[in-house]
Structures are given as structure tokens and as C-alpha cells.
Ligand binder design. Sequence first.
Ligand code: UDX
Length: 442
Amino acid sequence: MRVSVIGCGYLGAVHAASLAQLGHTVTGVDVDSEKIAHLGAADPPFYEPGFADLLRSSLASGRLRFSTDYADAASCDVHFICVGTPQADGSRAADLAFIRASVAALIRVLEGQTRRTVVVGKSTVPVGTARSIAADLALTSPNTVLVWNPEFLREGLAVKDTLEPDRIVYGLEDGERGQFGARTLDQIYSQALGRNTPKIETDYETAELVKVSANSFLALKISFINAVSRVCDATGASVTDLSSALGLDERIGPKFLRAGLGFGGGCLPKDLRAFSVRAAQLGAAGLAELLDQVDRINLDQRDHIVELTAAAAGPDLAGQRIAVLGVAFKPGTDDLRDSPALAVAAKLAQRGAVIAVYDPAAGPNLPAAIPNLPLTVAATPADAVKGATAVLVLTEWPEFSNLDPTELGPLVARPIVIDGRNTLDPALWRQSGWEYHGVGVR
Ligand code: UDX
């Protein structure tokens, strides 16, 4: 099919290249000319495992091109809206400016077209947004059908999650028009559907809510275990053993029960906050309060790690050299958006600590992300820990669990390690002479 992908950020760029890989002819559109130039030259503007190869092969197939001009999408049968919905400045709600602008631009292209086209919303939006976009489209482009089809990709696994989704959700309008939209999308996703990927066909509101509920529930699991980890600290229990035992209950499951520094990134925090704002607007005060508490517990973990560092290394952090290993919001990405690790580094720097950061992927992004923070970016973990009075592991990159504490010991001023992700072997580090502190573990 001929498709356009409007918005070529993380979601859109991977979606566009994946659809071309699946055999569709794809035009990726974005107003950011620099981003479009990079994508068109097979140079990914962000780090994502497998994406560079996918982009290269999709461009080489001749089925993928990028443009800054919406008019280049005019001949497409299906238009995917993949623009960002970040947290609004000075508010906890979602900023829908990019959605509004892209729909307005698309309407100008579709106006007057007599054949049927399908517009597919993939962005994460507050419930009620799809119905209002459908009403706007109906005014000027009555032949256009809107489907809401949320995306569940995880950074670091974006290519796999796009090509092999674990579920497909369509939010549809009632009747024949909705069915036309659903059958059109079935053709787009024919490979995944052929593998019996579960599909749910529902209304717009449910489809919108599936996405924010999923992200909020994941956030809730993480904040639950982090809150319990404080009780473990107070009693000497082990949150790691507790999580393993909880996870064996099929009704609970083992995932998203890793205690530590908490969640961050471009999705979970802002989706949780936007859902809370929307729930409060709709009179669902109980849900809004629950989500706000999840957010508070999560942010509190950052202060907890700072206090743990101050308690171990001495309360006056001014002038202390502190090594931060891992600064991306999670392993497998160079994304620093709402990174818990970066927030801890910034809080320590504000208390006068001299911070050296090592991250396998996000290091080069640091100066642009935090131009005013006096952090040094080290090329290796050994460089970062030189002369440190505390070493903080804040993102669980696999290479950190393989670090040799006997090799690092002679490099530091004081052998104190704060394991903010419970990723190290406490016994190994203690045997090598280190003072070890984890989250909810002895
Ligand atoms: C998330 C959702 O998983 C995905 O389905 C949605 O489409 C977008 O948002 P992502 O932002 O890539 O994906 O991150 P995810 O893998 O969910 O991790 C979120 C955060 O939770 C990370 O900071 C991670 O370190 C943290 N986390 C995860 C924990 O602290 N403990 C856990 O047990 C799991």
C-alpha cells in the first residue's frame, strides 16, 4: 500500500522504515529538515539497536523516502500520525500542539479528494482526542476514515516491537466506515496478523485508554516495588528475593518489579501525568490520586539515592568526586529524556559534588542535554571512577554487572559503591573491599 508517516521521531522513523520493510511504499514527512536530511541519508538521528540497518535496507529497496512537504504524501492511501505529545510547559497535561498542526496540514492535503483514505493515529493522546480529530476531518474530508491504533514500542526494542507487536488495537468509528478502516489496516499488518498476533477492535476512547493505562500500570508496578523496598531497608528483608517470589505468581508476573532508581524516559512519566490530569477533568479523582502517588514515589527514589550517597560518603558533598556509571534512562538507548540517572547527577552537582559520568551510548548527548551542569564525560568506567569518593551505578547496562571491583578498587579515593539498579553482585564487591549499598537489599 502507499502510506505516509507524519512525524519522523522515534516512533515515526521506526514505523516508516518497518512498513517499507514489510513491502509498503512509504513517504516519511517531518517539518524538521535536519532530521529528514539525516534519515534520507540513512543516518539515524538517534541510537536504536537494529534501526540503522533497517533504515539502510528500506531506503535501498526504493520503497522509502523522506520529505518536509506534506504535498508529497497526497497520493497515499493511508496516513499515519506519529508526532510527539510531550508534557506541556508549566503543566502536567499533554501538549497536543504537534497533533493539531499535523492534522491541520493533513486536512489541507486531503481536502477535496474524492477517493477514500484512512488516517491512523498512533500518537499517545488524552482520551477524547480521536473523536475531535474525526469531527475535524469530517468537516472538510468526508471521504477520510480515522482509526486510532496505539503503538506500544519500547526503546531499545523498537524495531522488534514494530515488526512483531504483541497486540494490535484498532479504535474505530461505528458501521461500514469503521470496518473499511479496519480492513485497510489489516492489509498493512497482514504479516503480523498472519502470525495470529492478538487484535482488539474497539471504539476510539478505549483504544486511547489502552495505551495510557498500559504505561500507567507499568509505572504502578515499579513504584509499588520501590515503595516496598523501603520496608525491606527498614527490616533487613531483600526486595530482590521478594520480587522473584512475587513474580512466580502468574497473576502478578515477574516483569517491571525491579526495584531501583525508578522509571523515566519519554513515555511513562509524561503519560502517567497526562492521564492523571485527564482523569481529574473527567471526575475520576481516585485514579488521579493513585497516579499522582505513583509519580511521587518514583521521583522520591531519586532523592533517596542522593541521601544514600550523602550518608555513605559524608553529608557534605561539596568538592567530593563522584562517579556516575550510566546516565541513559534505561540500558539499550542513548535517550536522556526524564532520565532518573541524570536527575541524580544534577542533584549531586547542585550540592557541589564534582561529577564524572560514563555511559556506553548517552555520553556524547550529555553536553547538549545539560549545557549548564559542570559534568565531565569519561570514555571508560575506569576513567570515571578515578579519585572518586563514591561510585554510583544508575543505569543497568550489562557491562556494569561485569565490572571487576578488584581492578576499580585501586583507582578510587574511597571504595563506596551505590548500586541504584541492584545490578551488581553485593558479595563480590564486599569481598573486594568495597562498601556496598543497594535499594532494598542488604
Ligand atoms: C514504555 C513502554 O514499555 C512501552 O510499551 C511504550 O510504548 C512506551 O513506554 P520505554 O519508555 O521504552 O517504553 O521504557 P520501558 O522499557 O517501559 O522502561 C521504563 C522505565 O522503567 C525505565 O526507566 C526503566 O529503567 C524502568 N524500570 C523498568 C524499572 O525501574 N524497573 C523495572 O522493573 C522495569
